[in-house]
Design a protein around this ligand. Structure first.
Ligand SMILES: [Zn+2]
Length: 229
């Protein structure tokens, strides 16, 4: 994240995203977690973001059973401890709570609203810079663009754009290895640099939360019209 001297190591992605074994019937899904060196400021300043990320992701409808059990275990305890303050911070207004009936006598209470995208992007950018360091042994110098595949747009331009990016990544992703030792919780795929020097990453959490990222090194040979804000 910065060039300050590292005094400790930081988990990438944050350790709290990985369920504790007591919540998942004794399974160990915290094997060989990835860590990278971190300065004191970036490590200690991150704990509330880590909790925010955990709350934002673990309970997303469509996740696998591990995500669901993490949600009903550790995440639920953290929510009660904070009197739902952190949960409320994950979704900005407007929001409403709605009971979804899945089938008879089986329902989920869901929060609908607009996620705090700026904060989510910041959290994922830290994860991506950490993974890059883990893969390449040096800091990433450049810009990162993110497409959070788990955010569903209304039909329209954003929706169409997201679908076309996803289709491209998924096509390539089939042939790339899945990295990470606890794939039910988290794995990632890294695509070799393309003709412009751009590096693609795909992250997948709890089997259902997909994030696509494009790393644009300062040295990338970009045609000007491709760099859109
Ligand atoms: Zn730092």
């Amino acid at each position: 994240m910065c060039s300050a001297p590292a005094g400790s190591r930081e988990h990438v992605p944050p350790r709290c995203l990985f369920p504790e074994s007591k919540d998942i019937g004794g399974l160990n899904l915290r094997k060989e977690l990835i860590t990278v060196p971190s300065c004191a400021a970036h490590n200690s300043g991150k704990s509330s973001d880590d909790e925010f990320l955990m709350m934002s992701l673990a309970g997303i409808v469509g996740n696998n059973a591990i995500g669901y059990r993490h949600w009903t275990g550790k995440v639920n305890r953290a929510m009660r401890r904070s009197s739902y303050r952190v949960l409320n911070s994950t979704v900005l207004k407007p929001k409403r709570i709605e009971r979804l009936v899945v089938k008879e006598n089986y329902f989920i209470d869901a929060i609908w609203g607009t996620p705090d995208l700026a904060r989510l992007y910041r959290c994922f950018e830290q994860v991506l810079r950490g993974l890059y360091f883990h893969d390449c042994g040096q800091r990433f110098e450049g810009e990162i663009r993110l497409i959070p595949g788990f955010i569903k747009h209304e039909p329209g331009h954003a929706h169409t754009w997201q679908k076309s990016i996803e289709a491209r990544y998924q096509h390539e992703a089939d042939s790339m290895p899945r990295l990470g030792s606890n794939s039910e919780v988290f794995y990632y795929q890294r695509f070799p640099p393309d003709q412009f020097g751009l590096i693609g990453y795909r992250l997948c959490l709890y089997g259902g939360v997909d994030v696509y990222a494009c790393l644009i090194p300062v040295t990338a040979r970009m045609p000007g019209n491709l760099v859109l804000r």
